[in-house]
Design a protein around this ligand. Structure first.
Ligand SMILES: [Zn+2]
Ligand SMILES: [Zn+2]
Length: 265
């Protein structure tokens, strides 16, 4: 089993030492994990700076890879927080630093924080969803240096009410851009913890992804504490199979490897 979304104290919003999370993953029998520390350029909340100490991170990953090499495989990933006007900065980052795996996430839309609710002010819920997906589409059209899209429908987590609409047309536009380029999506199982009925994205979007021929799929707990590593993975694999997915994906130096779900269940 593989967990491809987790944070350690290299992320500004997390205080968990890497070792704690690694040991929890070993205890739970995971064979591979990927740290995906935050980089969010120009995050709107001035009290938190989502910058990453790239050199320290590189060294720490090498250290834990060596320390735990007989027990678990550890990959070096990153979760970048995109907005259309920041893409050039991320292109520079990708030139300067190499990662095994890159999650492209949108935590901020129209330069406004989703988390604080700022983005939702003076909008109907439908307007908010529409703008969120439009902006994400804009990002993927102009930026291709990532492996998967993180928590694709994050807008649902922070909106006070849920839109009755599915926005499949817009989400399909996103899939039509990323799937031919060999990029995928994750199922982020932290959705449950935050009161959503499912992980992110919801299963209608997973089905839509399958209908568009999407094959690259990772599973991530988005852990910020050691205990939640591998959260809800058994049920998630069942869900994948029920939709018709046969493989989940891991990455090495940005190259995907496919693992049969039937073999790891
Ligand atoms: Zn995120
Ligand atoms: Zn995350």
């Amino acid at each position: 089993m593989f967990d491809y979304h987790m944070h350690s104290d290299f992320s500004a919003d997390c205080e968990t030492p890497m070792e704690d999370t690694i040991e929890s993953a070993i205890d739970k029998g995971l064979s591979e994990i990927c740290f995906t520390e935050h980089i969010d350029y120009e995050y709107p909340d001035p009290t938190i700076e989502f910058d990453l100490d790239l050199e320290g991170y590189r060294e720490k990953i090498q250290e834990v890879q060596a320390k735990y090499k007989d027990k678990i495989s550890i990959k070096k990933g990153v979760e970048i927080g995109v907005q259309p006007y920041l893409l050039d900065q991320y292109k520079v980052l990708m030139k300067e630093e190499s990662f095994d795996f890159v999650i492209c996430s949108m935590h901020t839309t129209e330069k406004k924080d989703l988390h604080s609710g700022d983005f939702f002010k003076n909008k109907t819920v439908d307007e908010a969803y529409e703008i969120y997906y439009q902006e994400l589409l804009e990002c993927v059209k102009h930026f291709d240096q990532f492996s998967i899209l993180g928590h694709l429908d994050l807008v649902k987590r922070y909106s006070k009410e849920r839109s009755p609409h599915l926005f499949h047309e817009l989400i399909s536009e996103i899939f039509k851009v990323i799937i031919p380029r060999g990029q995928g999506i994750e199922l982020n199982t932290s959705g449950h913890k935050y009161g959503l009925p499912t992980g992110m994205p919801s299963s209608d979007i997973l089905k839509l992804y399958k209908e568009h021929g999407g094959e690259i799929l990772t599973l991530g707990s988005d852990s910020h504490v050691a205990e939640t590593v591998g959260y809800d993975f058994k049920d998630s694999l069942e869900l994948f199979e029920s939709i018709g997915f046969k493989y989940i994906t891991t990455f090495d130096n940005m190259k995907p490897t496919f693992h049969k779900i039937a073999d790891i269940k």
